[in-house]
Design a protein. Structure first.
Length: 263
């Protein structure tokens, strides 16, 4: 019924509780989960989760926040993306939130890394899982630039854990991307984000936990896991004044269309 489109089950706080979490997922009718890769060093563990469990899939990529890790190159990403049950490229993107003493100009290494992921997505035809924080203008610009030079291949994918404005959502939709919402939309101070949920068409929405982070209310502050994703769907159903079953059916269908190998 429900699909968690973005979770980190390879992280120790979830991996060590996997039997319990899978049981909870079944009880809450969470049928599938996409396990997200954040470093190449982590990929083997993430991939093993996907190949061990019939209702898990995975991605390959390097998170923009991760420094001092193996840098991805196009050949490596394309090769790993061709393995069984690897259905997406990422988590990738830009993050200018923790600049510290650095400037945006100093983050060229992030932009270069992002471009490599986009090229891998265009070459393989697999969707991007895009992370953007305090960097939406550059994120959108690079997506447009790379797609325009990709020999007719258009990058597609999802802006995950969306926390940006309606304007950014409109721009992402205009270039063909889906928008994924997390438990943040249940937080008391997220009224502007709930307005964005109302704005995004139902046929372009995914739901996620981003677990172990961002547990939805009433579990805020606790360790998140995929069994909580129905609470995100419930909030969307209240915003859009549609039944929970309608939201579950729509978001699961959207997931299947984007990550076609999971059908």
């Amino acid at each position: 019924m429900f699909i968690d489109s973005h979770c980190h089950l390879s992280f120790s706080e979830l991996k060590e509780r996997l039997p319990e979490i899978r049981q909870a997922m079944k009880a809450e009718q969470v049928d599938k989960a996409l396990c997200i890769c954040t470093t190449l060093e982590e990929f083997e563990t993430v991939h093993q989760l996907a190949t061990t469990y019939e209702n898990f899939w995975c991605t390959v990529g390097v998170h923009p926040d991760n420094e001092n890790v193996q840098e991805p190159d196009l050949e490596t990403l394309v090769k790993l993306a061709g393995l069984e049950k690897v259905v997406g490229i990422g988590e990738t993107g830009l993050d200018y939130y923790r600049l510290g003493k650095r400037t945006v100009a100093d983050m060229e290494w992030q932009r270069k890394r992002f471009r490599i992921h986009i090229r891998a997505a265009c070459q393989t035809g697999k969707p991007l899982v895009v992370h953007t924080r305090n960097s939406s203008e550059d994120t959108l610009a690079i997506l447009r630039q790379e797609s325009s030079t990709a020999g007719g291949m258009q990058a597609r994918g999802v802006f995950h854990c969306f926390t940006e404005s309606r304007t950014v959502a409109r721009a992402a939709l205009d270039i063909g991307f889906y928008i994924s919402f997390s438990g943040i939309i249940t937080f008391k101070n997220a009224s502007e984000l709930r307005d964005v949920v109302d704005f995004v068409p139902l046929d372009r929405i995914l739901i996620e936990t981003d677990s172990p982070y961002l547990a939805p209310m009433p579990y805020r502050g606790k360790t998140n896991n995929p069994s909580y994703v129905p609470l995100v769907a419930k909030q969307i159903s209240e915003i859009k004044k549609l039944s929970l079953e309608t939201i579950a059916q729509a978001t699961s269908g959207n997931f299947g269309r984007l990550f076609t190998q999971t059908l």
